[in-house]
Write a protein that binds this ligand. Structure first.
Ligand SMILES: Cc1ncc(COP(=O)(O)O)c(C=O)c1O
Length: 462
C-alpha cells in the first residue's frame, strides 16, 4: 500500500499540501494587483463596519445608467434575448458601433473590424496579447492607467514607461517618443482623456506624435478612448486613427462603462484593421466568447441616445465639470499641493509629495514616509479613500476621483485639509533646507529659540 494511505486522513492532507506544487506562471507571479481595486474594497469594508468613509478611489461614475438603456436591458430579458451571442458581438451592436465611429469620430470600419468584449479592459488585454511577440516593447506614457504595464508584461512584452511632467499637462512630447523608440518597440499606448490625470491630447500634439509613428513601420498605437465624451470645452476629442496615415496602425478601444455609466454591464470594444481584430477575436473565442446578450442589447440603446450620448450624457458631463472646478479650487487652497487642470474624465492627480518623505509626520499617527502611508493616514484618520500615485507611475501624486456628489466632495476635501493642516501635520523636509511647515507645538518652541537667537545676535548699543 502507498505510504500515504496508511496514514490518518489529517496527515494525508498535510502531506499532500506539502508535496503540492503551488508555483504560478512567472508572468502571473509578477502581476501586481490593482491598488485602485484594493483601496475601493478596503473603503467598502470599512463602510460596512460602520465607518463613515468617503471613497474617492473608484473609477466609476456615481450616476445611474440612463433610463433608455435600462429599459433596453429589461426589454432584452422580456424578449428572451438571453442566449449566447456571436463571438465578436451581435450584428445590431456592431452596426451601431460602425455608425458611431463614422459619425462621431470620422473613422471607417467594417463590422468584421469590430470586436465587442466584456469591457474595454478585456479589449485592451486581447489587443496587446494579439500583437506583441515575446520581447517586444510597449511604450506607456506615465502617469498611466494601472493596468497597462501589467497587461503588457502578462503578454510577454516589456513595459517601457515614458515619464511626463505636470508642467506639460502630463502629455507625451513627440521628441521624447522618438528618442525612446527601438526596433522592438511594438505598441504605444495613448489614453485621452486620461485616467489618472484627466488631461486631453490636442490635435497638434497628436499630429506630431503621428509623424514619429509613421517613421517606424513596426509601431502600432493603442488609443484608449473610453472617456471620450467626458470632456470639457474648449477641449475636443481627437481619434488617433483619424490622423493622416494612422488608421492602419491604430487599435482603437472604447467602451460603455464611463460615458454611459454602465460599469456593471461589462461592455467594451476594439476597432482595428482586420488582421488585428481577427487576432483579438481568436483569443476571445477561446476564452470568454461573446459579451452578455443583455448588455449588448442595452449597448445599442446607449449608442442611440444621440450624438456623443445626447442629453443624458451631456447632463453627467456638466455635473462632472462643476465638480472638477470645485475640487481644483479646494485643492489649490491647500498650501503645498500643485495640480494640472484636467480637461476631461473624472480624476485629478494632485502632486502631494510635500506631505510625505523625510520629516513628514502626523500627530497621533506617526511618520509618513511614502504615498501609501499618506493614503493610509487619510483613510484611517480623515476617512477619505484616495489612491497613491505610484499605482499610476506618478509616485509624487495621489489620485482623486470626483465621481461623487458635490456635498460629499466638500466634506472629503474639508477632512483632507484638516488632516494636513500645520497644527497636526508636519511636512517633509525639503532636501538641503530647513523644514518649512511646523506643527503648532514645534512652532512655539522654535519661536522661543529664534527670539533668544535674535536677542543674542542683535547689535548692541554702545
Ligand atoms: C483608461 C481606462 N481604460 C479602460 C478601462 C476599462 O473599462 P471597462 O473594462 O469597464 O470597460 C478603464 C476603467 O477604469 C480605464 O480607466
Amino acid at each position: 500500500m502507498h505510504r500515504l494511505f496508511s496514514q490518518a486522513p489529517g496527515a494525508v492532507a498535510a502531506e499532500n499540501a506539502r508535496s503540492l506544487d503551488t508555483a504560478l506562471n512567472p508572468r502571473v507571479e509578477a502581476v501586481r494587483p490593482s491598488k485602485t481595486m484594493l483601496l475601493t474594497d478596503l473603503a467598502r469594508s470599512m463602510r460596512e463596519s460602520g465607518v463613515d468613509v468617503i471613497a474617492l478611489a473608484a473609477g466609476e461614475p456615481d450616476f445611474d445608467t440612463p433610463a433608455a438603456i435600462l429599459e433596453a436591458g429589461q426589454e432584452a430579458l422580456r424578449k428572451g434575448i438571453t442566449r449566447y451571442t456571436p463571438n465578436t458581438g451581435t450584428a445590431p451592436l456592431r452596426a451601431a458601433i460602425v455608425r458611431k465611429l463614422q459619425e462621431e469620430n470620422g473613422l471607417e470600419y467594417s463590422a468584421d473590424e469590430i470586436v465587442v468584449s466584456n469591457g474595454a479592459k478585456q479589449s485592451i488585454w486581447q489587443a496587446l496579447l494579439a500583437v506583441c511577440s515575446p520581447g517586444d516593447q510597449v511604450l506607456i506614457p506615465a502617469p498611466y492607467w494601472v493596468s497597462y504595464p501589467e497587461m503588457a508584461r502578462m503578454a510577454g512584452a516589456e513595459a517601457v514607461v515614458l515619464d511626463t511632467a505636470q508642467a506639460d499637462s502630463y502629455l507625451l512630447a513627440a521628441e521624447q517618443l522618438e528618442a525612446a523608440l527601438t526596433p522592438t518597440s511594438r505598441v504605444l499606448i495613448l489614453c485621452s482623456p486620461s485616467n489618472p490625470t484627466g488631461t486631453v491630447y490636442d490635435e497638434a500634439r497628436l499630429r506630431a506624435i503621428a509623424e514619429v509613428v509613421a517613421r517606424h513601420p513596426r509601431l502600432l498605437v493603442l488609443s484608449d478612448e473610453i472617456y471620450e465624451h467626458i470632456i470639457y470645452l474648449p477641449a475636443r476629442h481627437v481619434s488617433f486613427a483619424g490622423l493622416p496615415g494612422m488608421w492602419p496602425r491604430t487599435l482603437t478601444v472604447n467602451g460603455f462603462s464611463k460615458c454611459f455609466a454602465m460599469t456593471g454591464w461589462r461592455l467594451g470594444y476594439l476597432a482595428a484593421p482586420f488582421p488585428f481584430a481577427k487576432g483579438a477575436a481568436a483569443i476571445q473565442s477561446q476564452s470568454t466568447s461573446g459579451a452578455s446578450a443583455i448588455a449588448q442589447h442595452a449597448g445599442v440603446a446607449a449608442l442611440g441616445l444621440g450624438y456623443a450620448g445626447g442629453e443624458p450624457v451631456a447632463e453627467m458631463v456638466a455635473a462632472f465639470r462643476e465638480r472638477k472646478d470645485f475640487v481644483l479650487g479646494k485643492l489649490r487652497e491647500i498650501e503645498g499641493v500643485t495640480v494640472a487642470e484636467p480637461a476631461g474624465a473624472f480624476y485629478v492627480l494632485p502632486q502631494m509629495d510635500a506631505f510625505f518623505g523625510e520629516g513628514a509626520h502626523a500627530d497621533g499617527f506617526g511618520d509618513v514616509p511614502d504615498p501609501d502611508t499618506l493614503c493610509r493616514y487619510l483613510l484611517e484618520v480623515a476617512h477619505v479613500a484616495l489612491v497613491p500615485g505610484d499605482a499610476f507611475g506618478a509616485p509624487a501624486c495621489v489620485r482623486i476621483s470626483y465621481a461623487t456628489s458635490l456635498a460629499k466632495l466638500g466634506e472629503a476635501l474639508g477632512r483632507i485639509a484638516r488632516a494636513l493642516a500645520p497644527d497636526v501635520f508636519m511636512r517633509r523636509l525639503p532636501v538641503g533646507r530647513a523644514c518649512y511647515s511646523f506643527s503648532e507645538k514645534n512652532k512655539a518652541a522654535l519661536d522661543v529659540l529664534f527670539r533668544a537667537l535674535s536677542a543674542a545676535l542683535a547689535p548692541r548699543a554702545v
